[in-house]
Design a protein around this ligand. Structure first.
Ligand SMILES: C[S@@+](CC[C@H](N)C(=O)[O-])C[C@H]1O[C@@H](n2cnc3c(N)ncnc32)[C@H](O)[C@@H]1O
Length: 327
């Protein structure tokens, strides 16, 4: 199978497991963002997404439920192999077969970083139980290298909302409220991810010029947003109808087209830098330090959290801890 190349990036119309094995070297990818088929039988999928199918591109390939555990194990093993040390993966999953994805992840050496809940609009209507309105985003990293996490890529640490709350903290909470896009009359994949969601993952976890891979391209939204943010993109889609729709769309995309729309964070010195430490602030710091360490965190992690909470520089925090016997 030869790749279709767009803007210098390769895309493959084939099964991703076979495709990754034949086209990707070990440790060759910086970031994987992927949304595998959910193993929901037959027509239940569109009920699950509660949507009008009129403009959905045909050809979506589902995985039979009986094969779902072994299928998940295979593609996740390959994903682990191609990630560079420190490389990261976000897997978007509904709850129905989440257990199989989690089991497969636990069989690898990948490290769980966060289990994010994505709360969306247009939940599945129910009358005898609660309305289902979230997905799971499993955020993992490959050990052995430096993991990219661009702490201030969207909000500076000192930026506050009207009530004085930290915008950076709020943006990094592990419940994300992001609406699905409503695209009346436009053709789309059965479960297209919103640009806002993809942009957020890529901003935090990759840099310009890095390679972002999606093993299940569907509507090519990951590839489109990656190109739009000046990343390189690659990936697989097994359905030829969906693939040709996706590549046609991608050909119209201008690399970097999303960059101007990004919010520019105000990044500056810590908000309390240069202010004298009061005795009560020192006591609070020591208590918080103890609490964070008791949760099983490293000292480095504790200091990272404390710099943000106290609006102080790392050296200042380290000095106070040292002076109080926590060297
Ligand atoms: C949930 S959709 C992906 C949607 C995509 N994230 C988007 O935003 O449009 C999953 C896609 O994986 C494709 N697929 C199913 N089995 C596959 C396989 N073995 N290899 C590659 N693609 C596959 C399906 O045809 C479907 O288009």
């Amino acid at each position: 199978m030869v790749a279709t190349t767009i803007h210098g990036c390769n895309f493959y119309n084939m099964d991703c497991i076979e495709g990754v094995r034949s086209h990707f070297a070990d440790e060759s990818v910086d970031l994987i963002i992927t949304d595998p088929p959910y193993g929901i039988e037959g027509d239940a999928l569109h009920r699950h997404y509660n949507r009008n199918e009129l403009h959905v591109v045909d050809g979506y390939v589902e995985i039979p439920l009986a094969d779902y555990p072994s299928f998940s194990r295979k593609w996740i093993r390959e994903a682990e192999r191609i990630l560079r040390p420190g490389g990261q993966m976000y897997v978007i999953s509904g709850y129905s077969n989440l257990i199989h994805i989690l089991n497969a992840l636990h069989e690898t050496d990948l490290q769980e970083i966060n289990h994010i809940i994505w709360k969306y609009n247009f939940g599945v209507y129910t009358s005898r139980k609660y309305v289902s309105s979230h997905y799971h985003i499993l955020y993992y990293a490959k050990p052995g290298g430096r993991r990219t996490f661009n702490l201030e890529c969207r909000y500076g640490l000192q930026e506050r909302d009207d009530q004085g709350g930290s915008l950076n903290y709020r943006d990094r909470e592990d419940v994300w409220i992001i609406d699905r896009e409503y695209k009346p009359g436009r053709s789309k994949n059965k479960n297209e991810l919103p640009d806002e969601l993809l942009t957020k993952m890529m901003q935090y976890s990759s840099n310009e010029g890095e390679l972002v891979c999606d093993l299940f391209l569907g509507g090519f939204s990951t590839a489109r947003v990656a190109l739009g943010l000046n990343r390189n993109a690659t990936g697989f889609e097994v359905s030829s109808e969906i693939f040709s729709h996706g590549v046609n769309l991608l050909r119209t995309v201008e690399p970097g087209y999303l960059c101007d729309s990004l919010r520019r964070p105000t990044v500056g010195r810590p908000r309390n830098q240069g202010k004298r430490w009061t005795e009560s602030e020192i006591q609070q710091l020591l208590q918080r330090f103890e609490g964070i360490m008791q949760e099983g965190n490293t000292k480095k992690k504790a200091i990272e959290e404390l710099t943000e909470e106290f609006g102080r520089g790392r050296f200042s925090i380290q000095r106070i801890l040292r002076e109080h016997g926590n060297s």
